[in-house]
Every structure is written in structure tokens, then in C-alpha cells.
Ligand binder design. Structure first.
Ligand code: HEM
Length: 396
């Protein structure tokens, strides 16, 4: 960082941003919208217009960088590439994630999984909803689209843990990095037989689509992109469902409105994505020296585009800290990113949340947060309640 001497330093700590980021982000947005965050060695960008400008400008701000931890762990895949190579691999993967395919092919799979999870739960009267509903649903949904059999799901979660630690490795712990790389190698090894099977059976999931595509990706490309899809689709969706349930249980008026209004659940999901985004930042690297909001950024410097700050920018959203399910422009949130790297799984993630919420509140009668195990969303990079303990009237 060569421009640091001229740059305002962020008067915030990682702890504040993990615990309750929004007051600190509001201060930064108002006083130093582009500032250097020494604790993690990155620029923070907090105004919505600047975040959009960076994410929509791959000529000046790229994801392709030797320091990118995502590239380091998952190899060359769509999120670590830019330009034509990124377009090529994303285009190859996009079909099963389209709005139409999600509605026609995956909706019934997702709904059936929600039904099975609730059937196993409704008699109990108390549970952690992350471990029993949102977590297993997100693994099953991504697994179905990729064509990974259910028997692999516990191992997928184990790999996932190691990826998360390696990617949130702000202290550059070498052990966490190595564990992430080992987990990625195990994934590649375990998935090879599935690729071979997909070559014989074109009717399977995304593996089969990719193996039989006209512009066939290499096995290495398929596995690297499967890794980012798997990583992108699990904790994010699990967290979004958990954050939304938490928001509804702490805002009973919003819950009553969702239950009585046509299209209410979809509106709730959009507002929850805006208000408490599961992914709090998108990282980019300056390709050359550049000035952003009057601040000089040096070539190669990393920038964190703070989605949670952009989503609560008062220049775009009225009374932004309020969870307002009737908000007309809630869908302008940046929680799935924007520009070339716009989330591949956004339709699938919405489908999972919208399939879960009405069934959950209908079948778990009197659903409420467990007063003996209070919880709330937390985390810097990924935000969610660490667990979501709830109670309800057990079904007899
Ligand atoms: C509510 C849940 C989700 C959230 C909040 C979320 C968030 C995001 C964000 C913010 C990005 C942009 C990253 C950037 O520009 O740096 C992204 C990209 C991506 N997401 Fe998601 N995601 C979710 C669900 C999913 C699901 C279900 C999948 C797949 C099954 C998925 C796969 C991906 C992939 C592959 C990319 C990279 C796209 C590219 O580089 O072109 N995500 N996601």
C-alpha cells in the first residue's frame, strides 16, 4: 500500500465489525468512505455508489491476483478469473442455475427436502434450526445440482469447515491455508469417479452437463468450478435462511405481514438479504494506480467492497437500519454482488429460502427463539447466528 500516507485510516476494529458492524460502517461511510483498514491490510469501500463502481469495472478492479485466497485454495475458477476466461467457464455452468431451471427442475427437489427435514423435526419441540434445517437443506440443494450423492454430504461439510477457516484466514496462519488446500485436493480426488460416471450417463447433474458440453471444460476446470459452486452455495444460503428466521422472530409484525400477504415471503427474503447480508464483502485488486472517491489506491492493493454498508446507505435506502418488509426497493441490495461476478446461485438460494419459510412457520406451531439460548447474527466476512436454537409446540 503506497498511498497509505495520504489515506484516512479506518477508526474501527475487526472485533467491532464482527460483533455489530452497522454503526461503525455508518461512521465510515459518512466520514471516510474509502479508507485503509490496517488490521486486515485492505481498503474498505462503504458507499453504495463506490461499491457499484468498483464491482462494475473489471478493467480497473479485478479478482485475478496471486494474493487471492480463493484462487489459492480453489485454483482457476470463475471467481478468480476475469475477462474472456471467466465468461467461458461461467457460461458453461450457468444453465442449471437459471431462474427457469430452478423453477422447473430444482423447486420440487428443494421442497421435498424441506418436507423431509420438517417431518423429522416437528415432534421434537426444540432444535437448532441451522443444524437441522438450513444447513442440511443448503448441502442437499447444491449437491443435487452438482450431482453429488447424499452419502457424500457429511464429508462435504467437513471439507467446508476447512475451506472456511482457510478463506477467513486474516492472520495468515499457514496451518489453516494448508488444511484448506488439502481439503480441496481431497475433493478433487473424491469427485473424479463422479466425473467418470457422468461421462457415461449424460442425465446426471452439473457434472454431466459439463462433461457433455460442446465447449467442454477440462476435468481440472470442472473440478475447480465445482469447488467454488460448492463453497459459494452452502454457508451463504444456510446463513440467509437463519438470518431471515431470526429477523422474523424478532419482528413479529413483519412475520404477521408475510403470513397474510401474497408474495410476502419473497419480499421478506429480499429485505433480509439487504438488512443482514450473509456475505459482507467482495474483494477486488486494483490493476493499476487509481483514484477512488478522491483517495489514491496503488496498483495491486486489495479493496473490500462492504456489502453490508452499501445495503444500508441512506443515499439509496430510506431509514436503512429498519427491517422493513414493505420496502419497495429492497431488491436493490448488493447481497449477490453485481457485475460480471454476480452470484451464480442467486435463484437457487432464493428458492431455498422461499420454500423453507412458510412451511417452517406453518408446521412448527408457536415457533420462537429459545429464551435460554439467546443468539443473534455475528461475523465479519460471513454473518449468521452461530446457532439458531428455537422452541415450538411439538406435534402429537
Ligand atoms: C443467499 C445465498 C448467497 C449469497 C448471499 C451469495 C453471495 C454471493 C456474492 C456476494 C457473490 C459475488 C462475489 C464477488 O463478486 O466477489 C457470489 C458469487 C458466486 N456465488 Fe453466490 N451467494 C449465495 C448463494 C449461492 C449459491 C446457492 C451458489 C451455488 C450453488 C453460489 C455460487 C456462487 C458462485 C459460483 C459465484 C461466483 C460467480 C462469478 O465469479 O461469476 N452462491 N455469491
Amino acid at each position: 500500500m503506497t498511498a497509505g500516507a495520504r489515506a484516512p485510516a479506518a477508526p474501527v476494529t475487526l472485533y467491532q465489525l464482527s460483533d455489530d458492524p452497522y454503526p461503525a460502517l455508518a461512521r465510515l461511510r459518512a466520514s471516510a468512505p474509502v479508507c485503509w483498514f490496517e488490521e486486515i491490510g485492505m481498503w474498505m469501500v462503504t458507499r453504495r455508489e463506490d461499491v457499484v463502481a468498483v464491482l462494475r469495472d473489471p478493467e480497473r478492479f479485478t479478482t485475478e491476483h496471486p494474493r487471492s485466497p480463493i484462487g489459492d485454495i480453489f485454483g482457476r475458477q470463475m471467481l478468480s478469473l476475469d475477462g474472456d476466461p471467466q465468461k467461458r467457464v461461467k457460461a458453461a455452468c450457468i444453465l442449471p442455475f437459471s431462474k427457469r431451471e430452478v423453477a422447473e427442475r430444482w423447486r420440487s427437489v428443494v421442497e421435498a427436502k424441506v418436507d423431509r427435514l420438517l417431518l423429522a423435526l416437528e415432534w421434537r419441540g426444540a432444535a437448532d434450526l441451522r443444524r437441522t434445517v438450513s444447513g442440511p437443506l443448503s448441502v442437499a440443494s447444491v449437491g443435487a445440482v452438482l450431482g453429488i450423492p447424499e452419502e457424500f454430504h457429511p464429508t462435504v461439510l467437513e471439507w467446508y469447515e476447512r475451506f472456511s477457516r482457510a478463506l477467513a484466514n486474516f492472520t495468515a496462519d499457514p496451518e489453516a491455508r494448508i488444511q484448506g488446500q488439502v481439503a480441496a485436493s481431497e475433493f478433487r480426488l473424491a469427485m473424479r469417479p463422479l466425473l467418470e460416471r457422468a461421462a457415461r450417463d449424460p442425465s446426471g447433474g452439473l457434472f454431466a452437463t459439463l462433461v457433455h458440453a460442446a465447449d467442454r471444460l477440462s476435468d481440472e476446470e470442472i473440478l475447480s468450478n465445482a469447488l467454488i459452486i460448492l463453497f459459494g452455495g452452502i454457508e451463504t444460503t444456510d446463513a440467509t435462511i437463519a438470518n431471515t428466521v431470526w429477523a422474523l422472530l424478532t419482528h413479529p409484525d413483519a412475520l404477521a405481514w408475510a403470513r397474510s400477504t401474497e408474495g410476502g415471503w419473497a419480499a421478506v427474503v429480499e429485505e433480509s438479504l439487504r438488512w443482514e447480508p450473509a456475505v459482507q464483502s467482495c474483494t477486488r485488486y486494483a490493476k493499476a494506480g487509481v483514484t477512488l472517491a478522491g483517495v489514491e489506491i496503488a496498483a495491486g492493493d486489495p479493496l473490500q467492497c462492504m456489502i453490508g454498508a452499501a445495503n444500508r446507505d441512506p443515499a439509496h435506502f430510506d431509514d436503512p437500519d429498519r427491517f422493513d418488509v414493505r420496502r419497495v426497493n429492497a431488491g436493490d441490495h448488493l447481497s449477490f454482488g453485481i457485475g460480471r461476478h454476480l452470484c451464480l446461485g442467486a435463484h437457487l438460494a432464493r428458492e431455498e429460502a422461499i420454500a423453507t419459510l412458510p412451511k417452517l412457520f406453518e408446521r412448527l406451531d408457536g415457533l420462537r427463539l429459545d429464551p435460554e439460548r439467546p443468539t443473534r447474527p455475528a461475523g465479519y466476512e460471513f454473518r449468521k447466528p452461530p446457532e439458531l436454537p428455537v422452541r415450538w409446540k411439538p406435534r402429537r
